[in-house]
Design a protein around this ligand. Structure first.
Ligand code: UGA
Length: 442
């Protein structure tokens, strides 16, 4: 049965979640403080580059020809306060100065919404927060909500990946419901009736477990990536091949092949900050073993970026000043225009800061940086380059015809930091290819 749902915060997470809720048959209002984003969404357009999101918006946004009219966006909380059965909080929790999550936006949602709630409702957190936050938010709601009926906090963490946001929202791996009452669980099961009917597993738990599940999931993925990157260093030291090693590990079902791609390490708006936030929270709660483990994960990750920049300088004979370097990729991973904590941009900026003449090309992301030259094409980026770095593994780069660029560059030398190019094809065309962690013989 259709419910009335508000989605507060309409960036990557909220926009996809709101569209998915409409696809599940609910009536949905998305709320955001940024008026321009609301206007874009109401026109059926996505404010971010995310495959499949615009068609889904156009299918449901009110007033668009042929749409279901189930979805609209507003800046006005009064339109949702007593209208929605369920309010989803999808605002950002960026990294604060001390490394812990900055909860300013979550708190501001609660302070704005709570005084307007005069009937029963669920307030459902999807944002990633330190364990203990949901309980504090419940206490704050209890203190300020005018409703005589209970307004209950539920924690329902989100696991969607950028570049796969729509697919992940419509077909989640699992649904985690951290709740305080059977009635709240029942209502949440109605929200997700469609994926549940398609056998998506549901994990019911308390608020703290739900908060920790999200932090643990991202931290575990980050740990896997740092583990394989540390093994890449071992391969380099011993002469082994990390790609073959990862394939062999991946065949063990207990390990699995995903998140074992060695290279430049993890970036983006989630993994780096969530690892840091869990490390800080673990230290606060006296769980030093976890904060130490995650500290190593972060150190390995940062080391990958520095190592590639050092390697680039070494390949140029130890002095990069004034030397033309081409960088392929700026987004933190392919399929997105997001450059938050992007490993590719960190390396590019590092090389520019060391005096390199760095030209960056990315199919979607804007470079927007005085330090770097934003090239409009691969050819423009590669023009007269003495060294090319492959830093974000877009499909477009894998499809490049290496022979076409021999005459474009000053020196056919490429560092494939993501280990995704077909080395034999590039070598056969006359390039020298450096793939750290891969054996030269394979
Ligand atoms: C991540 C999680 O995968 C989602 O489940 C989670 O919901 C999301 O954070 C979030 O908290 O909102 P996302 O930030 O989109 O999603 O990024 P991922 O696809 O997980 O990639 C993270 C980084 O790891 C990228 O920089 C990627 O290049 C890198 N990576 C990934 C590797 O270096 N090696 C791998 O094998 C896999």
């Amino acid at each position: 049965m259709s419910l009335r749902i508000s989605v507060i915060g309409t960036n990557y997470l909220g926009a996809a979640h709101a569209a998915a809720m409409a696809e599940f048959g609910h009536r949905v209002i998305g709320v955001d403080v940024v008026a321009s984003r609301v206007a874009t969404l109401n026109a059926g357009r996505s404010p971010v580059f995310e495959d499949g999101l615009e068609p889904l918006l156009r299918k449901h946004v009110q007033g668009i020809a042929g749409s279901t009219d189930r979805l609209r966006f507003t800046t006005d909380y009064d339109e949702i306060a007593d209208w929605a059965d369920v309010h989803f909080i999808c605002v950002g929790t960026p990294q604060g100065d001390d490394g812990s999550a900055d909860l300013t936006e979550v708190r501001s949602v609660i302070e704005t919404l709570a005084p307007r709630l005069t009937t029963a409702a669920l307030v459902v957190g999807k944002s990633t927060v330190p364990v203990g936050t949901a309980r504090t938010l419940q206490q704050r709601l209890d203190a300020i909500v005018p409703s005589r009926e209970r307004v209950e906090v539920v924690w329902n963490p989100e696991f969607l990946r950028e570049a796969h946001a729509v697919a992940d929202s419509l077909r989640p791996d699992r649904i985690v419901l951290g709740a305080q009452s059977p009635a709240a669980i029942d209502l949440m099961r109605r929200v997700y009736a469609i994926p549940i009917s398609e056998d998506t597993p549901v994990i019911e738990c308390d608020l703290q477990t739900a908060e920790l599940i999200k932090a643990a999931a991202n931290s575990f993925l980050a740990t896997k990536i740092s583990f394989i990157n540390a093994m890449a260093r071992m391969c380099q030291a011993a002469g082994g091949d990390v790609a073959r090693l990862a394939d062999a590990l991946g065949h063990d079902r207990r390990i699995g092949r995903e998140y074992l791609n060695a290279g430049l390490g993890f970036g983006g708006g989630c993994l780096p900050k969530d690892v840091r936030a869990l490390a800080v929270r673990a230290a606060q709660l006296g769980v030093g073993e976890l904060s130490d483990l995650l500290g190593s994960v972060e150190a390995i990750n940062a080391g990958q970026r520095t190592a590639i920049a050092d390697l680039a300088v070494a390949e140029l004979g130890g002095d990069i000043r004034g030397r033309r370097v081409a960088v392929l990729g700026a987004a933190f991973k392919p399929g997105t225009d997001d450059t938050r904590d992007s490993p590719a941009l960190t390396v590019a900026r590092d090389l520019a800061a060391r005096g390199g003449d760095v030209r960056v090309y990315d199919p979607q992301a804007e470079v927007g940086d005085g330090l770097l030259y934003a090239a409009g094409s691969v050819r423009e980026a590669l023009a007269d380059a003495e060294l090319v770095l492959h830093l974000t593994e877009w499909e477009e780069f894998r499809q490049l015809e290496p022979a076409e660029y021999l005459a474009v560059v000053a020196n056919p030398l490429i560092i494939d930091a993501r280990l995704k190019l077909d080395r034999h094809r590039w070598t056969a065309a006359g390039w020298k290819v450096v793939q750290p962690g891969r054996a030269a013989t394979l």
